[in-house]
Design a protein around this ligand. Sequence first.
Ligand SMILES: Cc1cc2nc3c(=O)[nH]c(=O)nc-3n(C[C@H](O)[C@H](O)[C@H](O)COP(=O)(O)OP(=O)(O)OC[C@H]3O[C@@H](n4cnc5c(N)ncnc54)[C@H](O)[C@@H]3O)c2cc1C
Length: 340
Amino acid sequence: MRAFSYDRPDNVDAALRGVAGQPGTTTEAAVKFVAGGTNLLDLMKADVMRPERLVDISRLGLDRIEEIGDSGGDGGLRLGALARNADTAYDERVQTRYPMLSKAILAGASAQLRNMATNGGNLLQRTRCYYFYDTGTPCNKREPGTGCGALTGVNRIHAILGASDHCIAVHPSDMCVALAALEAVVRVSGPKGERIIPFADFHRLPGDTPHIDSTLAADELITAIDLPAEGFAKHSTYLKVRDRASYAFALVSVAAALEMDGQTIRTARLALGGVAHKPWRDPAAEAELAGKPASLETFAEAARVLLHDAKGQSHNAFKIGLAERAIVRALAEAAGVEHP
Ligand SMILES: Cc1cc2nc3c(=O)[nH]c(=O)nc-3n(C[C@H](O)[C@H](O)[C@H](O)COP(=O)(O)OP(=O)(O)OC[C@H]3O[C@@H](n4cnc5c(N)ncnc54)[C@H](O)[C@@H]3O)c2cc1C
């Protein structure tokens, strides 16, 4: 592990001063925030990330979960960036109004990690691509311009949608898949004040700059994640398919949320994890579901639409069929339709 300096400010303004003046996006920054440290410190020990300075944000007091507005429960919920993943998943309001999110968080990592990991850190956790972690191999995400070891190597866990010739890594978060389906927004503070980033615009596809994971600037701090009022509590689920029953990242995961009119689907949200460089949504697949009867045939057609352009690599073509089946199963569970 390389030497680095360390600060622990006790307010947001001081934390922002700590990263002020850095150009580019947060992934490229030399001065990094550290929250729970469950991802960043691992990456520093493995020499994958080499920040010169850490600004510890654990004392900023951004750990509250609170109602948005004063409407007593129907104005949405604000999740503090420093609220722990476990506290978020077990919050009664999250469990009741956003059960898909609670389920997604609890599908991730282990109890110990969820007690330490924060919501802001979860959004910015980095890929689990083996080549990104192995500093002896080429990786355009770790060292731009060196090539992609996964393209010709072992790529069982890699992307089937939205990949590029430069990177086929996937985003590893479970929580983010549910947040994408909920259309959460990310609240950010920076030198120009506050701004909000719609969840769909927060993470990015690799293109020819796969070293950049998100649109967060290097001098910005995530302060909260806002959940909209609609939580799809009646008809939603999160399904995670993985190699082990716990403590494993998703091969494929699906957040499915429906608004139903009897047995007819009024609107649908579908987000996939483990398949792309960001949580994957496809408006055409969601449109395919709207107005249709909730049936296995309807779900299978939506899955076909969503995976129409999916492309397997040498070891992961199985993920296309797996994703199709997972979509059907998740939608059936969300709609209360019996699934064989
Ligand atoms: C063994 C293991 C298994 C895991 N399994 C899963 C899994 O199955 N599913 C899953 O979803 N996750 C899994 N995780 C990942 C875990 O969820 C993340 O490590 C965790 O959410 C990161 O949060 P943190 O607070 O510890 O972030 P940190 O490690 O402190 O930070 C991560 C990144 O976020 C930045 N950051 C943190 N907070 C802010 C902020 N407020 N504003 C701006 N930047 C910020 C940091 O600069 C850093 O770049 C696993 C982790 C481990 C170690």
